[in-house]
Design a protein around this ligand. Structure first.
Ligand code: SAM
Length: 330
């Protein structure tokens, strides 16, 4: 595996029992389980996630297997916690055995890099704090805490080739817009039956499918990631809107947008800003709606904030009507 970076820890590891009602087993044994964190490493990086692996030595003194179903962990670099997460694993240490087990978790690699302000190839110092929940023979759970420090190399993400150009995982993060936010975006854009709508970076195709179903308009979704294109095509098939919706694997920065009446975006602030030269070529009266992010300093015609019932979070939606304002926004 190219991305595996095995680390050696230089610190002595500590294992401590947490006190409280969760921590007292019903049955008493001479010895209690002990844990030691040997290494943290990357198991690989896919287009939109990375697998983090923790090699933990567990000493099981019990005459029955000890399962480790839950791992909570925090990763800290230079005093700043950049990741906290809970991972569920299905690992058991055999009776009366000391064994190194590997606990895994998947994280969104682009977010991890952003949180660290780091780039692939960089070596970063980190501290890992792990709490392992052990299912003991006494039916109670015990939580064991281990922590250690080391260095880790941020692996290079894989690349995909689209029309001769290479793109990596950092460009292609897929997070779907909640359906009620999609509905609000289309309402804000005042989509009509005669409109042609483009979703730039269409993900699972929910925006183009909703536009076709609700407004009966034509819609095209473009995405660089072949898996998203597959998902979108499946979504189009499931909803029987193939006569209205087209999905293409394209880099949105190569598109001629001049035919579109409505553009929908849920990208990143930098990507929105880079799209400005293409968006300036839209016909007058075209509507651009962006979920979450502004577009450089171009003043929006409207900004709406809504609370999504789906994820219980606030979402901002920006609307611009072309020609784009020369006035600067906030
Ligand atoms: C945050 S998702 C939004 C998905 C969908 N529009 C929605 O709102 O639910 C962004 C999408 O943009 C795609 N993407 C990122 N950069 C791209 C590019 N240069 N060309 C085409 N698609 C891109 C990603 O693959 C991802 O599926």
């Amino acid at each position: 595996m190219t991305f595996v970076q095995r680390l050696t820890f230089s610190f002595v590891l500590t294992a401590a029992f947490f006190t409280g009602c969760e921590t007292t087993p019903d049955i008493q044994y001479d010895r209690e389980p002990a844990v030691r964190l040997d290494a943290m490493r990357f198991g690989g990086v896919e287009l939109d996630y990375a697998t983090l692996l923790f090699d933990v030595e567990i000493d099981n003194p019990y005459p029955v297997g000890l399962s480790v179903p839950r791992l909570r962990y925090a990763l800290i670099s230079e005093g700043r916690t950049f990741l906290t997460a809970t991972a569920l694993n299905n690992v058991t240490v055999p009776p009366n055995t000391k064994k190194v087990i590997t606990l895994a978790d998947e994280v969104t690699y682009a977010r991890l890099l952003r949180a660290l302000d780091g780039e692939p190839g960089l070596t970063i110092p980190f501290k890992a704090e792990l709490t392992l929940s052990l299912d003991t023979p006494g039916s109670e759970w015990i939580n064991l805490h281990v922590e250690n420090e080391g260095y880790i190399v941020l692996p290079e993400p894989p690349e995909i080739e689209v029309e001769g150009k290479m793109y990596n995982a950092v460009d292609v993060v897929f997070v779907a817009t909640p359906q009620d936010v999609v509905d609000k975006m289309l309402q804000l854009a005042e989509v009509k039956k005669d409109d042609l709508l483009y979703d730039l970076g269409c993900g699972d195709g929910r925006i183009v499918v909703t536009a076709a179903r609700r407004y009966g308009c034509r819609a095209e979704g473009f995405d660089i990631d072949p898996r998203r294109v597959e998902e979108s095509l499946e979504n189009v098939r499931k909803n029987n809107v193939g006569h209205l919706v087209k999905i293409e694997q394209k880099d949105i920065f190569t598109l001629d947008l001049s035919e579109a009446d409505v553009i929908t975006l849920f990208l990143l602030p930098s990507l929105n800003a880079n799209l400005i030269p293409q968006l300036e070529k839209l016909k007058p009266g075209s509507r651009i709606v962006s979920h979450s992010f502004a577009m450089g300093e171009i003043k929006p015609d409207k900004v709406v904030t809504m609370l999504s019932r789906e994820d219980k979070s606030e979402h901002k939606i920006y609307l611009w009507i072309t020609p784009l304002s020369k006035e600067l926004g906030e």
